[in-house]
Design a protein around this ligand. Structure first.
Ligand SMILES: [Zn+2]
Length: 199
């Protein structure tokens, strides 16, 4: 498994947004895709990832059940976040896959150091496989509970579509990343201005 991905690739600012961003616009992703995300976000270690990679062979039913839950969660989050952005009401059908994970997962909150400050994180009790999705579901639940106040944004580049949580002071962040979409937009605007015929 590639180690080229690290947290620098993640721009969502919330685990549930990174989950939707990284697994893309289709919820038909594979078991390997889920593991790659869990490894990238350090929800699992590389040792655990290697063990889980063999699960579809050793215990196809458990692997299939968890993959199904991950796909349902992903599909529900895509719809829920799109509705949140539009400030539209959320359907119970989108919330249920989140509750499904929250309900079966035992764990506790814990203060953990993150980017030089303390943040309150959910730490799932290990054991069953459901805990693998617990932190993602919890992150989504928090965002949804913030409702219209959630500073959920989608990148202003219409070809990008990445979600992010706007933690900027002015709350006017427009781009997933200044170095990716922001600069591309600036360069395009600059060349438009400078290639326009003078009148
Ligand atoms: Zn973007």
């Amino acid at each position: 498994m590639s180690n080229s991905h690290n947290s620098i690739d993640l721009i969502g600012g919330r685990l549930s947004l990174d989950f939707v961003n990284e697994l893309g616009p289709s919820s038909a992703f594979s078991w390997e895709d889920v593991l790659r995300f869990l490894l990238m976000t350090r929800i699992i270690s590389s040792e655990r990832s290697a063990q889980l990679l063999a699960l579809p062979e050793n215990d196809p039913q458990s692997a299939g059940t968890l993959l199904g839950k991950a796909q349902r969660l992903h599909s529900a989050l895509l719809q829920a976040f799109a509705a949140l952005l539009q400030k539209e009401p959320l359907s119970r059908d989108w919330v249920e896959p989140i509750n499904e994970v929250l309900r079966v997962t035992e764990g506790h909150d814990e203060l953990l150091p993150q980017n030089g400050k303390w943040s309150l994180e959910f730490v799932a009790r290990e054991g069953g496989l459901d805990w693998l999705l617990a932190a993602i579901a919890r992150s989504a639940a928090e965002l949804i509970a913030e409702g219209a106040n959630a500073r959920l944004r989608v990148c202003s580049n219409p070809e990008c579509g990445l979600f992010f949580y706007d933690t900027s002071r002015t709350h006017r962040r427009r781009w997933c990343s200044m170095s990716l979409c922001g600069n591309r937009h600036k360069v395009a605007a600059f060349s438009r201005r400078h290639s326009a015929p003078r009148r």
